[in-house]
Unconditional design. Sequence first.
Length: 236
Amino acid sequence: MERAAEAAREGNAQYFLNLGDDELIKLCQKRDEDGRSLLHSAVVGGNMHLVQLLVERCGNERINSQDSEGWTPLTSAVSCGFEEIVKYLLSLGADPNSTNAQNRTPLHYAASKGRVPIIKLLIEAGAKTNTKDIAGWLPLHRAASAGRAEALRELLLHTSKPLINARDISGSTPLLLAASGGHQAAAVLLAAKGADVEAEDKDGQTPLGAAAPHGQLRDALVALATGEKTLDDFEN
């Protein structure tokens, strides 16, 4: 299994083409020490041809199999940014709402890495935008914390308005996370879409307070909150 897993990660399709059907099917049924199947390893390797080969010769019964941390092949493909593999796995019935040990879905990883085309694919396949991970973070929180403004823009198109002020286990809203990180584009977008600039977390911190070290950002939030400026003023 170890040699086969290595070949899969390396994208070595020839290794598997040289195997007989029975031998390959037996390998596909095995897991490595981390609970990963050959399909998991092939996805991480990013070789679309090999992923298709394994599915075609071994079947797609393990399309939603989880490793010891709860990651499915789809979660790995999303995290790695392999858009075509994501599209292929979804077409085979991969679950866009599977959760891992942190209760994160593929959408959480697409959001934090700003992968807008993949976000669109996941949502088209039925991914929910309201799933919270163990820290209480929605995909919105993940995108905001990483300053992924375009990912936020896409997520907001498919998220109910009250969730823009959703709180994590510390009471932080997506806007507070964006402001704390000094992510102006993300914070401005959230504030312009109705995020509360004075929402306090459990320590009494607000987005305005968190933006204080970033003077220009704080001024922008104040201008949006008072109606002095709109999103167009910052994006045009």
